[in-house]
Design a protein around this ligand. Sequence first.
Ligand code: CU
Length: 483
Amino acid sequence: MKYIKQILGIILLSIGVGIIFSSCTEGDSGKPMLDTSLIPVSGDLEAELTAPPNVPAPIGHRSAKKVKVNMVILEKEAEMSDGVKYVYWTFGGSVPGSFIRTRVGDEVEFTLKNHPDNKLPHNIDLHAVTGPGGGATSSFVAPGHEVTFSFKTLNPGLYVYHCATAPVGMHIANGMYGLILVEPAGGLPEVDKEYYIMQGDFYTKGNYGEPGLQPFDMQKAIDEDADYVVFNGKVGALTGDNAITAKVGETVRLFVGNGGPNLVSSFHVIGEIFDKVSIEAGSMVNENVQTTLIPAGGAAIVEFKVDVPGTFIIVDHSIFRAFNKGALGMIKVAGDDNKTIYSGTQIEGIYLPEGGAIQSMPGTGPAPKAEKASTVDRQIEMGKQVYAKTCLACHQAEGQGIANAFPPLANSDYLNANVNRSISIVLKGKTGEITVNGKKYNSVMTAQMLTDEEVANVLTYIYNSWDNNKSVVTPAMVKKIRN
Ligand code: CU
């Protein structure tokens, strides 16, 4: 018996030593090693983060390091399409969020900051993380706070990250997703151009193209009835002057993700054939592909050489999405014709969809003058604007709230019972269970950064809308509770 134990011990020891040795040997095949968790890190660096369609510099031959990622969550209004605005929730200020580039074996120290101007708590679930919730359980962060957690990148590939705060679908639908690349040891093969494209579907109260600030529509999202299906967060993010570019003879690599929340993408470039596709962004490479399927919450890496000049149209080949919902981009290729490959003339703009005008991000306008409302009617009018910016995303356009997540403000017994309590909640926030119209809610409302006038106006608007009790809130009442 004693001998058997000794022999077993020796066998186990040799297996252990074998694993460690093979793990410390960096293969150049791009395949995951036996135990990548044992790759040592040396030194640290600050991760370069880029907004789409740009990606950070390749990792090349660098060794595994401690990589510090600093990401700020920003809730901001921007253009969805010509004349259509939307309140996006973003990782790093863009949709999709900042691109993160690492290599296998890196130790990522991730700091997530929730900007103090934001309304809601958020977190992050990175599909590149091996651990509970992909980091979500360690990264829940309220406005004005930051959290740090770390993880080791064990598997090379291109991974989606997204917010996973309830209601999860709504956070993703508002743009909270992006990509993190984990390169194999030695890096990906060199190419001439690399770009970052991510598809997403959006659900708005108004139909496609209906102007104005459009709130999120929960029912359409549940029904998977998208108004917009777009690349990089809005209609026209990759068309016209925003098109990505290449020169004849260059090799192009697209890091393509799909944030969803609902729809699967049939990713296709009109007039190109993908020489290589990393299927589902894993290690299996397919060649000579026309259209590749990208699941919601998934990605693909596609590569092709551009041989002739012209404008090549990027689409979701579920084709009504491309021409009627915005899923259309462009690669403009400059250079000399090659009549052997293609004899015809490309006409630029031929595939422009109706209504798909070229968009630009709105600049920051001048600060509005702080007008004091002289009548209750004016208070209601001004309060409505505050509501649209501050409350509408959660409590919805008609104050109906969102079932099981955000309580209704319409005909609300809770609201009508106590005006001072409502003022206090707007000023100081509220966590924990409350009962509204017989239903229990347990969500987080954060303190709102509003002036006394704004609080008075928005509450007066709410109290004078949707069958509430027509209370009037004055700035003096707000001031008293603030102090
Ligand atoms: Cu979120």
